[in-house]
Write a protein that binds this ligand. Structure first.
Ligand SMILES: *[C@@H]1O[C@H](CO)[C@@H](O)[C@H](O)[C@H]1NC(C)=O
Ligand SMILES: *[C@@H]1O[C@H](CO)[C@@H](O)[C@H](O)[C@H]1NC(C)=O
Ligand SMILES: *[C@@H]1O[C@H](CO)[C@@H](O)[C@H](O)[C@H]1NC(C)=O
Ligand SMILES: *[C@@H]1O[C@H](CO)[C@@H](O)[C@H](O)[C@H]1NC(C)=O
Ligand SMILES: *[C@@H]1O[C@H](CO)[C@@H](O)[C@H](O)[C@H]1NC(C)=O
Ligand SMILES: *[C@@H]1O[C@H](CO)[C@@H](O)[C@H](O)[C@H]1NC(C)=O
Ligand SMILES: [Zn+2]
Length: 929
């Protein structure tokens, strides 16, 4: 799916495998599902087929007796509420032509929450249709079950016709409605009918064979009120006024052979902009009329064409459709969704306003667009056979989204940021023993991915895409084609078959920590677990050994890469003497962590504090991340991890700062309510002061914005860390800017890059007046990214009653949209003052949240994670256990895994605090002096 919110953030693993001597690299991109993704899959695969199932309709999977050929669907959404029922509805008719593969007297077709009003079966090409004996909706498995009086004949085609009514609910799934207001005097409410089918909600819009391998051709027709416009996957062909009714009928070009989860249709009063006439592919950007009028779609329009061209070259395959519509929706659960030809987005992922969007917003837009466009081939043209291979879609799209974004914005060097944005997040999930449920479904594989840079060789992508276009694949197909590419790449020497290398990364969970002893040249690998006491009860066919591609540096010089294939080996070149230092996993080309003997650690740390630029910037970040994680795993002393932050006094680059900030974030969570807090603040104040002054200088006293993309990011770090640790002059700066804005609300002079942190700092320093002003600005914001910044900053206040009021707003969709409620609660929980308020709030309102907001929604697991993140005491553990018991009966739906992880994490935190608090307090006290 689209880069969900997170989602995005949790995908990705990169490993470079280097063939000796020749410039032939394979990048292994492994994808670990975000927890949200795992949830997603649990929804898809609620249970594997129970072996005790008596009747076919008790199975969740379709039998292989029927396969769809084409659909002819007409839907009519009513954008006005029916006053007597209080419901928004849609009505529809659907004809599905299917082929009988195996003789059967049973038709199973997915259908969920639809009221059928007519049902009939006809035979095609002279086939006689059996009569219907009995039909019903089987609710648990979401099937329409039709029992026949005689058999359908193998090889024959039939047509099933249905008429139905469904609710156009605001539940963000299937055919649903989104609302917004337009204009000011007075504001007018507008309703949009739109869709989100992935993974299993096409069946909520019309009866269908709702599995990804059940590809078919779709003929769509939409009925809609005059003055609205209808869109679908294919180009809108004709529209006619329906006789005697105030309704237009728009029909669409039939789709190519495609999966149901990629369908989309929208009826709205949106405006659009489009690419110039005469372009090969028509590109249109759709959004609220006001957003279009303000030019918020321009950036997306400007970049879509070039990114599409980039992918056409990259895949060596032209864009498969005649048009590309992209639409920004006010209510949308994921980040975006790659529906073929009609991509749907959250507004923040598509709309850009130079006057109020930051460089981070812009990068987000460029990468999300790129991600979704990458799916037009990989995912849509060639599709995984079943959801367990979704990593094939998502891992690859996540990786190439950076290449596409890089082609669109070459000065940003976004590919360098993969390590921060994808690898670190993926590693933190994958280092848990509870990572296992991710791969437990269907054929045992639902999580990480490995893909090779051999994709870069045009032959590869071309044969793979050509071979499998309009059909479905399993990961073995990919390895086979990668092997073919490897075999035909001169000079590429792999230590094993692609199959053997790659399966180790996808069929077993986790990844290794490699330990290098430079005193002897010995090198070993073992499964890295964040909690060394956790029990891995899942056997691995590879015994948790990997084939590890190792690039490394000695004294600043690149060395011949080395493949680590066994648990322990000796690689003599890694033996050093004197002041020699070794740095492994150069540029973080492999998905593993590195530990060294203490002598080499000391030499690396000395080097960092004298000449940190001798180490590549990505590795400066990696040293910090590895050290902190190894310390969490009790492999190295926590004080060693803290020592990796000493050089930050001299560091001006974004990646090391960002990594340290993120890792220290854990220390803040554990200690911001304890006596460690003071010395820790003092230490960070000391470390960040030179950075704050540096930016003050290069921005001419905060009047300019740095040129470099990553400097722009790091400026934000400088201000946020400086303000939160009380660096002199920081709070005055942010509150001054904010006051100016309060004085002239129509003229916000705060630079968009800095807004989120400035708002947060000023609201934290202020009281009700600041808060109420920000709330008003939030409600009036005409661009979603600005609203998001305010939504975040409103959670920064230190006034408890304001936080409580804000929490209560989360239950009122008129105040906080449902799609944003969990984020808001999590932001509040992130505030030390808001933590316990949020926890109480969630427990108090659990039933309401669970039933109206939770269930299958993607961000629900995030809620559990967010509100329990600080838990580190016996008392909190008890509360959590009690909460779990009290709600055991109703269950936790999509948050089940998150609840288990919260327990696991709380226990790990308790242990960590007990073991480390004293040393940490001493270390910060000594080093803040
Ligand atoms: C779809 O069905 C409608 C009537 O329900 C019919 O008029 C139309 O021709 C059909 N289109 C195709 C492509 O079969
Ligand atoms: C509202 O719903 C009722 C009950 O389904 C129906 O009879 C009525 O025609 C609907 N009204 C409109 C305006 O569609
Ligand atoms: C479908 O039928 C049920 C039961 O009669 C009813 O409660 C529901 O409102 C109907 N749905 C729609 C969209 O008409
Ligand atoms: C119908 O088509 C005409 C001509 O293609 C177009 O001008 C008009 O805006 C369309 N109307 C709707 C409601 O889409
Ligand atoms: C981007 O990367 C290139 C090549 O690694 C480097 O030469 C350039 O300085 C980088 N640009 C920025 C702005 O960091
Ligand atoms: C970690 O290092 C500190 C000081 O360097 C020392 O006091 C402490 O005992 C060490 N802890 C462990 C578990 O080795
Ligand atoms: Zn995706």
């Amino acid at each position: 799916m689209g880069k969900g919110f997170f989602i995005s953030k949790t995908l990705g693993i990169v490993g470079v495998i280097v063939g000796t001597g020749v410039v032939a690299t394979i990048i292994a991109l492994s994808v670990v599902y975000s927890q949200e993704k795992a949830k997603n899959l649990e929804v898809v695969n609620p249970h594997t087929t129970p072996s005790t199932a008596k009747d076919p309709w008790e199975n969740y999977r379709l039998p292989d007796s029927l396969s769809p050929v084409s659909y002819n669907i007409t839907l009519w959404p009513r954008l006005v509420v029916n006053a007597s029922t209080g419901l928004y509805i849609f009505t529809g008719q659907s004809d599905v032509v299917f082929r009988c593969e195996k003789e059967t007297d049973l038709i199973l077709i997915h259908c969920n929450k639809l009221n059928l009003t007519l049902l009939s079966l006809t035979g095609l090409d002279g086939a006689t249709a059996p009569t219907i004996k009995k039909s019903w909706l089987e609710v648990p498995t979401q099937f329409l079950v039709i029992q026949l009086n005689s058999n359908l004949m193998a090889g024959r085609q039939y047509e099933l016709y249905t008429e139905f009514i469904g609710e156009l609910a605001d539940d963000l799934g299937g055919f649903y409605r989104s609302e917004y207001t337009e204009g000011t005097s007075p504001p007018v409410k507008k309703v949009v009918a739109t869709t989100q089918m992935q993974p299993v909600d096409a069946r909520k819009a019309f009866p269908c064979f709702d599995e990804p391998a059940m590809k078919a051709v779709f003929h769509m027709t939409l009925l809609h009120a005059h003055g609205t416009v209808a869109l679908a996957n294919g180009m809108n062909l004709v529209n006619v006024t329906v006789n005697g009714q105030d309704v237009t009928r728009t029909s669409f070009e039939p789709t190519p052979l495609m999966s149901t989860y990629l369908l989309a249709f929208v009826v709205s009063e949106f405006g659009f902009i489009q690419s110039p006439e005469g372009e090969k592919v028509l590109i249109r950007i759709w959004a609220r009329k006001q957003a279009i009028a303000e030019g918020q779609g321009n950036y997306a329009l400007e970049k879509t064409g070039p990114i599409l061209e980039f992918f056409e070259k990259y895949y060596s395959s032209s864009y498969p459709l005649t048009k590309s519509d992209q639409i920004a929706l006010p209510d949308f659960s994921a980040g975006a969704m790659e529906n073929w030809g009609l991509i749907t987005y959250r507004e923040t992922a598509l709309l850009f306003n130079p006057a109020s969007s930051s460089n981070g917003d812009k990068e987000w837009i460029a990468t999300v667009i790129s991600h979704e466009l990458a799916h037009m081939w990989f995912g849509n043209l060639v599709t995984m056979k079943w959801w367990n291979d979704l990593w094939l879609n998502e891992g690859f799209a996540s990786y190439v989204s950076y290449l596409g974004a890089d082609s669109a914005e070459p000065t940003w060097n976004v590919t360098d940021l993969i390590v921060l944005k994808e690898v670190h997040g993926a590693m933190s999930v994958d280092a848990l023993a509870s990572s296992h449920p991710l791969s437990a479904k269907e054929e045992d594989i639902v999580r990480p991915a490995q893909i090779s840079e051999l994709f870069d060789t045009i032959t590869y992508s071309k044969t793979y895409l050509n071979t499998f276009q309009y059909s479905n694949t399993v990961y073995q197909d990919l390895w086979k084609h990668l092997q073919m590419a490897a075999d035909s790449t001169p000079g590429l020497e792999l230590p094993a078959s692609v199959d053997d290398i790659m399966n180790r990364w996808i069929l077993q969970m986790g990844f290794p920590v490699v330990t290098i002893d430079t005193a002897t040249g010995s090198i070993n690998q073992r499964h890295f677990l964040l909690d060394p006491d956790s029990v891995v009860d899942r056997p691995s066919p590879f015994n948790y050994e990997w084939i590890v591609p190792m690039k490394w540096i000695k004294n600043g010089n690149d060395q011949t890469p080395y493949w680590l294939q066994t648990e322990t080996a000796t690689h003599l070149p890694m033996k050093t003497s004197g002041s020699d230092w070794v740095l492994a996993n150069t540029k973080v080309s492999g998905f593993f962590r590195v530990n060294y003997d203490s002598g080499n650690w000391d030499r690396l740390l000395t080097l960092l504090s004298t000449d940190h630029e001798a180490i590549p910037v990505i590795n400066r970040a990696q040293i910090v991340d590895d050290a902190f994680n190894l310390a969490r795993a009790r492999t190295v002393n926590t004080t060693l991890a803290l020592r990796t932050t000493l050089f930050l006094q001299r560091e001006r680059e974004y990646m090391p700062w960002q990594t340290a900030n993120k890792n220290l974030g854990y220390f803040f969570l554990m200690f911001d309510r304890s006596d460690v807090y003071g010395p820790m603040q003092a230490y960070l104040n000391k470390q960040v002061t030179p950075l704050f002054n540096h930016f003050k200088t290069i921005t001419a006293d905060w009047t300019k914005i740095p040129e470099k993309h990553t400097d722009q990011y790091n400026q934000v770090n400088a201000i946020s860390i400086a303000c939160s640790t009380g660096v002199a002059g920081c709070e005055e700066l942010t509150t001054g800017w904010f006051k100016d804005w309060m004085n002239t609300p129509e003229n916000n002079m705060i630079h968009p890059n800095l807004r989120q942190t400035v708002y947060c700092s000023a609201i934290a320093a202020g009281g009700m007046e600041e808060w109420d002003f920000a709330w008003r600005m939030y409600k009036e914001a005409s661009i979603a990214s600005e609203a998001d910044k305010l939504m975040y900053a409103l959670a920064c206040t230190r006034v408890p009653w304001l936080l409580n009021r804000y929490l209560n707003y989360c239950l009122d969709p008129e105040k906080i949209r449902k799609q944003d409620a969990t984020f808001t609660i999590v932001y509040i929980a992130g505030n030390v003052v808001g933590q316990s308020l949020a926890w109480d709030f969630v427990r108090t309102n659990w039933d309401h949240l669970f039933n109206d907001y939770g269930g299958g929604s993607l961000s629900f697991a995030r809620l559990i994670e967010g509100i329990t993140r600080r838990f580190s005491s016996e008392f909190e553990l008890k509360q959590l256990q009690q909460f779990i018991e009290e709600n055991a009966e109703q269950g936790f739906g999509s948050a089940t895994l998150a609840v288990d992880q919260a327990l696991e994490r709380t226990k790990a935190n308790m242990k960590w605090v007990a073991e480390n608090k004293k040393d940490i307090l001493t270390w910060f006290t000594v080093n803040s002096a």
